[in-house]
Design a protein around this ligand. Structure first.
Ligand code: SF4
Length: 529
């Protein structure tokens, strides 16, 4: 097959629209049934009859995608979710004794691949009508590759997999109880105390799982994974919600799990961390929500550079038109006005046992300031003081500024994206909606969005407000490395156009370095000073 068609029937309005689309297909007009309406009312496209003329995707851009597959793609699919649904063409292979990273944009099939490796999803080799694939079929499908050995071991039940899911914030919705009791249930190695020490979660062991922060949930989820006796450990985005210190700590911890009898797979979008944590890397490319292909395994640094370049020489595949370049200096030249928007002088604020002290500083117009520091060290308190929401005990603040704030943890509701982002759709289509690719989400409820989609909507929501100072707390969480780069450009251009300023709290060093003109560094002891 040289072409695939992806149809999201939920995004087609009604039967009238489906019949219209069917009527404009040139192949249908010759009497063949390329676009058909099934008995259940769903529109389906015959990928063998479709000529790829591009007429129907233009008529329903949010619902229909026709994709010409790369000529080099000779392999058959590993898994397809159904007719005109997402298709995965290959899977990453864990290497024993090594940490293997997976790098690719969101929606490219990383989770599908992980579920196949974890034995949670039995792949159908592209035949979605087949109820289950026999492991023998899989083994012969992968004959002569590393994956053959892997599935032979899975078949003989010689591989046990432990898996940390991506969205740790969903855990309290399905799991109840004290952290210690939950961890005791999975402690097959009898190492709870040791692991709790290493992951610095001792102090929250007696807390309820619903009462701990995102960073703590992340470390509890990692603890629950490594307490299991497994041969393959899979960590899907193990550093989101973690500050820089914790990221390095977790990376060392994950590296230390490796011995010659086990393997570790890590999906990670923080390129600095991926470079540190992984020995090898698979690149995943394709088209978001349509199809995904996994490259051969590469040494990590070489793999990251190939990923940034957008061209895999060995496989002769160009998967992105442009190269991602991280300029040493900020790429946008700014006219630095002297005008300051606010300043602070020897401020002090006591909140319970926590004391925040900030000496002298100022923020100018048209300036982006990155904020680095551990979690719980007063970053949000500081900004609330600048916004006049909190009153300092000592010291002076210059002007009170109007602040628009994107919090670290995102609230979901049943509101529609288009309603939440009314101003952005009316005023900032080119500056915010299009570059953040929010149009395809417009008719979704917030509660239906993935972590990365919700993040993009929350950023747009923050930017659409009228403010002097935009505060974005961890805008890079759940975004893939390409989206992080696009986001940094969106924020930089927006702040320049509005002649306002921004404070960006983030723990991805590459992202902070790229977006910021200056840095504010918070030092001290979390929850103390
Ligand atoms: Fe028909 Fe394919 Fe053209 Fe769509 S892209 S109108 S299905 S031939």
């Amino acid at each position: 097959m040289t072409r695939i068609a992806i149809v999201d029937n939920e995004k087609l309005k009604d039967m009238q629209q489906k019949l219209y689309i069917q009527g404009i297909c040139p192949v249908n007009r010759t009497g063949k049934e390329c676009i058909k309406i099934e008995a259940d009312g769903k529109l389906a496209i015959d990928e063998y009859l479709c000529t790829g003329c591009g007429i129907c995707p233009k008529a329903a851009p949010n619902a229909i995608n026709i994709i010409n597959l790369p000529e080099e793609l000779k392999t058959k699919p590993i898994h397809r979710y159904g007719e005109n649904k997402f298709v995965l063409y290959s899977i990453p292979t864990p290497t024993f004794g090594k940490v293997t990273g997976i790098l690719g944009v969101n929606g490219i099939g990383k989770s599908t691949a992980i579920k196949v490796l974890a034995g949670v999803l039995k792949p159908n080799l592209g035949d979605w009508n087949k109820l289950e694939t026999d492991y023998n079929e899989l083994i012969s499908f992968f004959k002569g590759t590393e994956a053959q050995l892997f599935f032979e071991k899975i078949k003989k039940e010689e591989i046990k997999v432990a898996y940390k899911p991506q969205q740790v914030d969903l855990i309290p919705k399905t799991t109840k109880g004290k952290v210690i009791d939950l961890l005791k249930k999975v402690d097959e190695k009898n190492e709870l105390r040791k692991i709790a020490n290493e992951l610095q979660i001792n102090e929250i062991l007696n807390n309820d799982i619903t009462e701990i922060s995102g960073g703590e949930l992340q470390r509890v989820a990692i603890a629950a994974t490594v307490l299991k006796n497994a041969d393959l450990y899979i960590f899907d985005e193990p550093t989101s919600y973690l500050d820089i210190k914790q990221r390095i700590n977790i990376s060392k911890f994950i590296k230390s799990l490796i011995n010659e009898n086990n393997a570790v797979l890590v999906v990670e979008h923080d390129l600095v961390i991926l470079d540190y944590i992984a020995d090898l890397v698979h690149l995943m490319y394709g088209k978001e929500d349509c199809y995904g292909i996994v490259s051969g395994v590469k040494p990590v640094r070489n793999g990251i550079n190939v990923y940034l370049s957008g061209y895999i020489k060995e496989e002769n595949v160009r998967f992105r038109d442009s190269t991602i370049k991280f300029a040493e200096k900020p790429p946008v030249k700014k006219k630095h006005t002297k005008e300051e928007i606010t300043s602070w002088h020897e401020i002090e604020k006591k909140l319970g046992n926590f004391v925040l002290k900030a000496h002298n500083g100022l923020i100018r117009k048209n300036e982006i300031i990155g904020i680095l520091g551990e979690n719980g060290i007063g970053k949000t308190t500081f900004v609330k003081i600048l916004a006049g929401v909190l009153k300092q005990d000592k010291g002076d603040i210059g002007n009170k500024v109007k602040v628009s704030y994107k919090p670290q943890y995102l609230e979901v509701s049943d509101a529609l994206v288009v309603d939440v982002l009314k101003t952005a759709f009316n005023k900032y289509e080119n500056q915010i909606i299009n570059p953040l690719n929010i149009n395809p989400l417009s008719l979704n409820k917030l509660s239906e969005l993935s972590g990365g989609e919700l993040q993009r909507v929350a950023i747009a929501h923050c930017l659409q407000q009228d403010a002097d100072l935009y505060l974005l707390d961890e805008p890079s969480a759940y975004l893939d490395s390409e989206q992080r780069l696009i986001l940094s450009k969106v924020i930089r251009d927006f702040i320049e156009q509005k002649n306002s300023s921004a404070l960006i709290v983030d723990h991805d060093l590459l992202f902070v370095d790229y977006i910021s003109d200056k840095l504010l560094v918070f030092e001290g002891k979390p929850a103390i000073e």
